[in-house]
Design a protein around this ligand. Structure first.
Ligand code: NI
Length: 192
């Protein structure tokens, strides 16, 4: 079921989500939440979505990109459910990204780590580890921020880079795609 996506200014977007108890993973409520997150993300052409964004303060997020018109430059990323995710930085390399968010009407430039390893539970409650690099790593960090009540507007270093989607396409996208090409090249996991 597609749920309404909370927009910046809603207090739940500013709250820290709590860890899901191992016993709750696989419960009907959690199964519903995960299915709704996937439906809602896909309906909105998003690259990821976190529990807070649909009003659920559970530490669960979903990432995944099919080739889609909202992200013509993004490599496809496999659909992955992350429950109670923890991130470990593999090094201190960062890249300047330009991000949007389903809960925020503007995009802007911010720094993300390039190489991370995530430890999480999948929707069956099985623990797994996955290395993410490049844009995939950025997406995971974006969703982890949501779980901590952090939004892109907190991370955008120069407010003058803020733009609506239309203005991004009109004035920034060309330059961004040129700059981000090596990061796209390094992105993993990906589905080509
Ligand atoms: Ni977001």
């Amino acid at each position: 079921m597609i749920r309404p996506i909370l927009q910046v200014g809603h207090p739940v977007l500013r709250q820290k989500a709590s860890d899901t108890e191992p016993g709750e993973i696989g419960s009907p409520d959690m199964v519903n939440l995960i299915e709704d997150l996937i439906d809602t993300m896909r309906a909105a052409d998003g690259a990821g979505i976190a529990g807070n964004q649909v009003g659920a303060l559970a530490r669960v997020c979903v990432i995944g990109v099919n080739r889609n018109p909202r992200y013509p430059h993004k490599p496809a990323i496999p659909l992955t459910v992350l429950i109670n995710p923890r991130v470990r930085l593999l090094d201190d390399e960062r890249f300047l990204n330009n991000e949007g968010c389903l809960s925020v009407p503007v995009r802007g430039e911010l720094q993300r780590y390039m190489n991370i390893e995530v430890e999480a539970f999948d929707r069956s409650g099985r623990p797994f580890r996955q290395v993410y690099r490049g844009l995939s790593a950025g997406t995971v960090q974006h969703e982890m921020d949501h779980l901590d009540g952090v939004l892109i507007v907190d991370r955008i270093e120069d407010n003058r880079t803020m733009a609506t989607w239309d203005m991004f396409h009109a004035h920034q996208e060309k330059e961004y795609l040129k700059r981000i090409a090596p990061v796209i090249e390094a992105t993993e996991p990906r589905v080509d």
